[in-house]
Design a protein around this ligand. Structure first.
Ligand code: GAL
Length: 747
């Protein structure tokens, strides 16, 4: 039987490298670490990005009970940034270049199986110009270390190396499933084998098929098993993402994959999911977090998908600009969030050796992720690179050969760039940063053919907009934040109205750390609709408000509701209210001030246009009063949002995303805790700069500093399990003496 052992604990680490580390086996002075691990924790801002760009060394003794000398022992690394050389008992075994895809290392040849076998991983986290995305400037940080999980797999000489289950005829009554099983026979002899492939719905067996044949020694072979005429299969849909499991068994080896039956196709008429036209509304996601960079465990990766789907109401995420965590993609499958996944890179294309590595990354990405029903298109161009006919002919050919079921795309910023893919991806920054956007006088998107310069229509997707055109922080003033939100609304509106556009994917979901050459000098690109802690700016409401009102009523007046916040000190209008309600009433001092309908005249494409309140009377010197916004749907009040005329710090809240952590999960666990300093109505005190002191006790550890401020009235931190079962207490005390505590159960 195959045995898979997580190998994330009991590593030793030193932030240095010396040839002697490979052979001497002396780890005194090294620190004990658990994976995922960042080679260097960073401050949130104003650090030197060179500080994590060094070579470090990791060492792991494989204990006797973790090994089986009768089996093939293969260690699988999910992600090591940027290049890894793996040694077993001092012998070099293999090297992998590129930090976004995994790799296997077969251990047996150099093992002693005496309980003291040592794996040494030399990790080069410098920005090596021979490895994508490097070679020129890059607008993001890649961090360093063994930042994803590691497993030890013990398999028989004949084993399943990979499985690709390809559903077809998904829209027919009777569906089909072709399962390609990639087998390896590492023995010298030819083996006659039976391969059993079973399809499960939950624990229920749907059907099974057998394949019989022989496998010659020392070979890799792909065999296919077809299930014809499958009945009563439920589709994978966004609101009902039905998943099935394919179980493959060969002799004593078995492996499984989760799959979904769905049809996803980009056409000149738009994108169709299961035969239904779907306007794509997405954002780009960088996988980085404060302090620890990329090194966050399963729960936190999954939480990002939940935020994108539930808090932002998106139907697609682009994994800019590289393959992302398997946990994130698993969650996208589970909750019904479409994914556009792409190869690592940013504008620069290197020499032939570099290009060959990028082509290898196409292979690694697809072979890792081809079973995810959420992934609907492969990005096989380096983001925003120039044309390179031969290179991109090859990336497309490789993708098509490996996965004939999915279309390809590539993200451009140059008009008239050559189309070798199925879908023309274009970053359209037509709403530039120069002109303030006035409603009714806007060019939010260019026409498809103005961009492609082709004489005919093609499947076309807007893959970025806004971003550096209008960086925004949640501490920015009301007008700036509203303008930011308006720009997002204008583009998604244009993307819905223009039937030649399959949809729009904005830049970007979350702020991210970057090099000094980009961003606000603080090493952050403040381009997200949420900050690095995944806390919303006004612009988040542009997306959130597009959820159906039955899912969740949304009402977000883009105001701090104050007398003197805006430039002229009189007006707090025009005011946008992002909402999915069909009517909004405003009460000032309990008197009905006005009743407003969604602005369909200004937003012709959106299903849920914002309400625009053109004018709210007021004079400098008048007495400021409280305001209440009430949202209606089908004549019924469904949501209300109130603002006080005299905000004061009233409450301090601390809410954990999860109150349970798993001490014995495959790796360490973590949860975010969101803090907020609020007024009488529960609105964050945007200009308060509350200082919060954090104390930790028990079975948890704090990620990041023990004292933080709450920019824009909200802030967050993550706490992690500390390798023991018990309870963890997190206590907060603000500069004003407010106290809160949270008890986490670590199980
Ligand atoms: C794009 C690029 C993104 C990001 C963005 C900022 O050109 O593809 O990675 O830099 O600009 O708006």
């Amino acid at each position: 039987m195959r045995c898979v052992i997580p190998l994330n604990r009991n590593w030793k680490y030193t932030p240095s490298f010396n040839e002697s580390y490979i052979t001497e086996r002396d780890c005194s002075g090294w620190i004990n670490i658990e994976l995922p691990h960042t080679n260097h924790e960073l401050p949130l801002t104003y650090f030197d990005e060179k500080s994590y760009q060094f070579i470090s060394t990791y060492s792991r003794i494989i204990a006797l009970n973790e090994l089986d000398s009768n089996k093939l022992n293969i260690i699988h690394f999910e992600g090591v940034m940027t290049a890894a050389k793996v040694y077993v008992n001092g012998h070099f075994v293999s090297e992998h270049k590129g930090g976004y895809t995994g790799f296997d290392v077969a251990l047996n040849s150099y093992m002693k199986f005496d309980g003291f076998d040592e794996i040494t991983v030399v990790v080069d986290s410098t920005e090596r110009p021979d490895i994508p995305p490097f070679g020129a400037q890059v607008d993001y940080l890649t961090y360093g270390g063994i930042y994803r999980e590691v497993q030890l797999r013990q398999v028989d000489p004949v084993y399943i190396d990979n499985v690709f289950a390809k559903p077809t005829d998904c829209l027919k009554e009777k569906k089909q499933l072709n399962v390609d099983v990639y087998l390896k026979n590492t023995s010298r002899s030819t083996n006659v084998e039976t391969v059993k492939v079973s399809l499960f719905s939950g624990v229920e067996l749907v059907t099974e098929e057998l394949w019989n044949g022989s496998l010659s020694g020392d070979t890799e072979q792909m065999i296919s098993v077809a299930f014809m005429e499958l009945e009563e299969i439920e589709l994978w849909e966004l609101h009902n993402p039905n998943l099935y499991t394919v179980l493959v068994e060969v002799n004593k080896d078995q492996d499984s994959r989760r799959i979904g039956f769905r049809e996803a196709v980009f056409t000149t008429e738009g994108f169709f999911l299961n035969g239904q036209l779907l306007n794509i509304r997405g954002l780009n996601r960088h996988q980085s977090f404060p302090y620890v960079g990329y090194a966050m465990p399963e729960r936190v990766q999954k939480q990002d998908a939940d935020i994108l789907k539930n808090e932002l109401g998106l139907n697609l995420v682009r994994t800019s600009h590289y393959p992302q965590s398997r946990h994130f993609l698993d969650r996208c499958d589970e909750i019904g969030l479409l994914v556009f996944e792409e190869i690592p890179g940013w504008q620069h294309i290197g020499d032939k050796v570099w290009q060959n590595l990028a082509i290898e990354h196409v292979r690694e990405m697809i072979k890792r992720d081809w079973n995810h029903p959420s992934i609907v298109v492969w990005g096989v161009r380096v983001n925003e690179s120039a044309d390179n006919h031969e290179f991109y002919k090859e990336t497309n050919a490789v993708a098509k050969k490996l996965d004939p079921t999915r279309q390809t795309t590539g993200v451009r910023c140059i008009e008239g760039s050559e189309l070798l893919e199925d879908v023309y991806g274009m970053n359209d920054f037509a709403l530039d940063g120069v002109n303030q956007v006035k409603l009714g006088q806007r060019i939010a998107l260019r026409g498809q053919q103005d961009v492609t310069k082709l004489e005919y229509k093609v499947p076309y997707l807007v893959t970025e907009y806004n971003g550096h055109m209008f960086p925004t922080k949640k501490t920015d003033c009301e007008e700036h934040q509203q303008e930011h939100a308006l720009r997002h609304l204008l583009v998604i509106d244009a993307g819905c109205a223009d039937k030649e556009v399959a949809g729009t994917i904005g830049w970007c979901a979350f702020d991210y750390n970057t090099h000094k050459d980009f961003g606000a000098g603080d090493r952050i690109c403040h381009h997200g609709v949420m900050d690095m802690f995944r806390l919303p700016k006004f612009a988040a409401s542009a997306y959130h408000s597009q959820k159906s009102v039955d899912d969740e009523p949304v009402l977000f007046p883009m105001t701090l509701w104050t007398r003197g916040e805006r430039a002229e000190g009189m007006e707090i209008s025009p005011m946008l209210v992002a909402t999915n309600c069909d009517k909004v009433e405003l009460f000032i001092d309990d008197q009905l001030y006005g009743s407003y309908l969604p602005s369909r005249s200004h937003f012709k494409g959106l299903e849920f246009p914002p309400v625009v309140i053109p004018h709210i009377r007021g004079e400098w010197g008048m007495s400021w009063k409280k305001g209440d916004f009430v949202g209606f749907s089908n004549g019924r009040e469904v949501i209300r949002k109130s603002f006080t005329e005299a905000p004061q710090l009233t409450t301090f809240t601390a809410i954990a995303d999860s109150e349970t952590l798993l001490a014995e999960a495959d790796s360490w666990d973590a949860t975010r805790i969101v803090l907020s300093a609020q007024d009488q109505c529960g609105n964050p005190l945007v200009y308060h700069n509350t200082i919060v002191n954090i104390e930790i006790d028990g079975a948890i550890e704090l990620i990041g500093p023990k004292q933080i401020v709450l920019p824009g009235g909200t802030g967050a931190l993550w706490v992690r399990s500390a390798g023991k079962i018990g309870t963890g207490l997190v206590s907060f005390k603000t500069s004003e003496g407010h106290q809160q505590s949270i008890v986490l159960s670590v199980q």
